[in-house]
Design a protein around this ligand. Structure first.
Ligand code: ADP
Ligand code: MG
Ligand code: ZN
Length: 633
């Protein structure tokens, strides 16, 4: 599997050498004349201070009583009375230097001192000590120096976490340098429509005159929409590899900081830089982080920041002239939560859907991700592709990688079909738990539960054939699973199909009930899923005869968590009661149906469960054989 290079989103001093930023980051004040100039200044001040005190130390310290003696003996020449000390010179000369001896003494509070000095004819003066330098140093310069030191240190430490205070407000986009691992359209399988559309955009950037010949205008914004893992980010990177123009890459969440206004400043900055470098592409990944609908309930009073950022983005997108050659490319897996203003003409007016890959798409993706792997000759990627419906590119990359790891763990020479099978299971349901802690009774129960699902799936008319049943515990909380394999991909579901699906989901619980006349907690997920299906049938798909072709409830989206956090109720209490009654009726009739199915085919259920308990895993053919044999008898 190709290793993706981790991209660092930091501008400034800790830029990695493998990406460049064309305009050098603005230098901060203290960086202007080399990084240490401020330190020269501080050191000089400290030296000055010590120099000043050093001069004072030269005086000989004498006790006050001695000072009095010298005074009485008329030996003091002159003195200066300071706030705390008296300094002065004696009439006696120092033998070594031949200069008058200097003294310093700490006086008592003595109001008669002035008179005494006068009496003995000493020249004296009073001085107010200047603390200016010391004050400056201790109350201003040293604290600031310490703060700068800590700040710089923290800044460097947290820089990679995007917390660099000094860089706040600076846009974090980076331009792809040529020596980043290059992704091209070759590395993206499937998604042919998306590639073609994006190719056109690139063409437009390279050759605007050609497209503007007839007065057409370039799209300002292109939005890639698709489920997570379908390769949107990969496509954008491929565009950057193919386009040959500057490419600014930033994630929506990079705009959101803890300070209001920073995001907006970043957007402004980003577009300013982009205008300077046009033609260019700005890629905003995970647009929904900033592009969520404005307004809505304010739960924490804190989405001002996002709104401001979004408004700035709208302003910038309106502000540039498409003739200048800037295209804003963006990706999201939640187009439903985006602000309507983003999607209107003149902004992200071109939307490209990146679909989950179909069979051939999956095969192509598998081919790409097994390019560098050693496969056993019998491995048929076509079969792997057929066994992975609903898998997206990221899942398939994961399957290839897991297969390689499992093969290596088993010391295989090459990756075998069995490795791929195991890898698919792992990706689907999590790793097997070898140290199973299921008691025999629990295992017995799980076997019946899964057999219930399996048998119903085989019996209902539209049920997809069972590909595999397993009662080996996997991942988090999955005690067993039943995997169905659709014969072909479906884009619509009919009412019959939905009802069958609900029946299959209920199969596990009902089997437990029939066999053990007691039920367990194991069906929680099944019930959640079936309840949601029923509710959607009634409220969203208009499939209930009683309630007719109406939809009920509007999903509201939390601006913070991004998930639906509630239903806006747009119906009366009376209708609510009807909905509940209808949902209950559908579930009950489904339950009855499943109960009848399983009771009538109790033999097949027992046979399946027994076989499953013994073998732990059954594949589709075995299931089919058992069911065929025991149903007819
Ligand atoms: P998205 O941004 O849509 O969530 P990504 O682009 O991050 O998905 O895809 C994740 C990974 O899945 C990619 O790095 C790549 O390895 C793989 N992948 C997804 N789609 C494809 C594809 N169409 N072709 C090849 N690899 C793909
Ligand atoms: Mg992505
Ligand atoms: Zn179940």
């Amino acid at each position: 599997m190709k290793k993706m290079k981790k991209v660092d989103f930091q501008l400034g001093p800790n830029n990695k050498p493998d990406m460049h930023v064309n305009s050098p980051p603005e230098k901060k004040l203290w960086q202007k004349q080399g990084p240490f100039s401020i330190w020269y200044f501080v050191v000089m001040l400290i030296l000055l201070y010590f120099f000043q005190t050093a001069v004072q130390v030269k005086n000989e310290e004498i006790p006050y009583s001695q000072f009095q003696q010298y005074l009485q003996a008329d030996q003091i020449d002159q003195c200066i009375i300071k706030e705390k000390v008296i300094v002065g010179t004696l009439k006696i000369t120092d033998k070594k230097t031949d200069k008058p001896r200097r003294f310093i003494t700490v006086p008592l509070r003595d109001p008669s001192l002035a008179n005494a000095l006068e009496k003995h004819g000493v020249k004296y003066s009073v001085a107010v000590e200047s603390h200016f330098l010391g004050n400056l140093l201790f109350t201003w310069i040293i604290p600031f120096a310490v703060i700068f030191l800590i700040w710089g240190y923290l800044g460097r430490k947290m820089g990679s976490a995007g917390m660099n205070f000094l860089n706040i407000g600076k846009n974090k986009a980076h331009i792809h340098a040529d020596n980043l691992p290059k992704v091209t359209f070759e590395d993206v399988a499937g998604a042919d429509d998306a590639k073609q559309e994006l190719g056109e955009v690139i063409e437009f950037l390279r050759n605007p005159e050609h497209f503007q010949r007839l007065g057409g205008r370039m799209p300002k914004g292109v939005l890639l929409v698709g489920s997570p893992g379908t390769g949107k980010t990969l496509l954008a990177r491929a565009v950057s590899g193919e386009a040959g123009v500057a490419f600014f890459n930033i994630s929506g969440s990079d705009f959101i900081e803890m300070f209001v206004g920073v995001g907006a400043a970043r957007v402004r900055d980003l577009f300013k830089e982009a205008r300077a470098k046009s033609p260019c592409i700005i890629f905003i990944d995970e647009l929904d982080a900033i592009g969520r609908q404005r307004g809505g309930p304010v739960a924490m009073g804190g989405h001002d920041e996002r709104e401001q950022t979004l408004n700035q983005l709208l302003v910038e997108m309106d502000g540039f002239d498409t003739g200048k050659g800037i295209v804003v490319l963006s990706a999201t897996n939640r187009p439903d939560v985006l602000d309507k203003a983003l999607l209107r003409a003149g902004r992200f007016d071109r939307q490209i859907v990146v679909d989950k890959p179909d069979l051939t798409g999956r095969l192509d993706i598998l081919k790409i991700h097994t390019r560098d792997l050693t496969l056993a000759p019998d491995v048929d990627l076509g079969i792997v592709a057929r066994r992975t419906p609903g898998f997206v590119g990221a899942d398939l990359a994961n399957v290839a990688n897991e297969a390689a790891i499992l093969g290596a763990r088993k010391n295989h020479e090459a990756i075998t079909t069995a490795d791929f099978e195991a890898a698919i299971d792992r990706v689907l349901a999590g790793p097997e738990k070898k140290s199973s802690t299921l008691s025999p009774e629990e295992k017995h129960r799980v076997a019946y539960h899964e057999s219930g699902h399996t048998l119903v799936a085989e019996l209902v008319p539209t049920g997809d054939p069972v590909h595999k049943v397993s009662i080996i515990p996997r991942g988090i909380g999955a005690l067993g699973y039943t995997m169905q394999l659709p014969e072909k991909e479906k884009f619509l579901a009919t009412k019959t199909e939905l009802l069958d699906q609900i029946a299959i989901l209920l199969g596990g619980r009902v089997a437990e009930e029939i066999v053990f006349s007691d039920i367990s907690t194991g069906a929680q997920n099944d019930l959640e899923r079936s309840s949601e299906l029923v509710r959607n049938m009634v409220c969203t798909y208009g499939m209930s005869e009683k309630l007719g072709l109406l939809t009920f409830g509007k999903k509201t989206v939390s601006p913070f968590l991004g998930n639906e956090y509630g239903q806006e109720k747009n119906y009366s209490e009376e209708t609510a009661r009807q909905i509940d009654a209808e949902v209950k009726a559908v579930v009950e009739s489904s339950y009855k149906r499943v109960h009848t199915l399983l009771t009538e085919n109790r033999k097949a259920l027992d046979g399946l469960a027994a076989r499953l308990e013994e073998k732990e895993v059954l594949d589709g053919d075995e299931v089919e054989a058992i069911v065929k044999e025991l149903i007819s008898s």
